[in-house]
Write a protein that binds this ligand. Sequence first.
Ligand SMILES: [Zn+2]
Length: 326
Amino acid sequence: MTAERDLIIALDIGGTHFRVMLTGLDHRLRQHIRKHTRAAEGPQAVIDRLVAAVNDVLGGRNHRRVLGVGVAAPGPIDPWQGVIHNPPNLTGWDGLPLRDILHERLGMPVWAGNDANLAALGEHRFGHGRGVDNLVYLTISTGIGGGIVSDGKLLLGEHGLAAEVGHMVLEPTGPACECGRRGCLEALASGPAIARRASERIAAGEPSQLASIVGPSGSTLTAEQVVEAARHGDRVASEVIEQAATYVGLAVTSLVHLLDPALVVIGGGVSNAGDLLFEPLRRTVQTHTMPIYREGVQILPTALGDDVGLWGAVALVADNVGASES
Ligand SMILES: [Zn+2]
């Protein structure tokens, strides 16, 4: 007798934490765990922890009930073969055939995708994007990533590398980016970019509540500290966040003109800045977008919080096994 297949497992692998979720075809959350990735120990040790965590969420349930495992991986990944390309926060993972390794270790079908791409899919299927055929998702945290759902389908591109919105060049002579070029959106508006810009201005002598933290040593702030200071009316902090939001707004303007979305969803830690980010962002899009496009384009924070990538991984499995929503 074969067990009925009715379970889906989702993994979201981050540089600091990974998350594992077990859910059913009814998409009711069943089990959810978060653990430290400890990426410095290398891919073998991390994969051992992932496999152990999958077994933990399954508990005593029969492995044969699992329809598949969806994996949201950081950085570029070949979405067809599941091979990782040089992820920024996972040293030693370049060229790793993640999908095949997990398939072999778990004995279950595995599908993988870029985490920000899958976040767009998650928002489309389970968040604000339900019933919307065209949406853009941006995550703004340590880096800036994106995903695009166009005419109801996740846009992958020729090499599966579509929607790297963080590397749209907005200032060709701007600050250096992790990708080796200059003036990318990520170098202008990510969490570290916000922290760096505020630190520079305060170190140059501008008055700020944060001056005691930066001090004469010029030590670097965090984006959270800048947001907190802006909430308390700090001028430098407010201006730095407004400037980052304006850059995001310019990038969103181009995305609106390119893709004509109904909805732009913003996630990632910096989106917790709330109106400090969203007001100047919406204002910039309103100012620079052609009137015919901007009618009805909504710009919203993610409905799914930190789990948006996990829900995208669930949708990836459901799509691949042809399981319809119940
Ligand atoms: Zn870049």
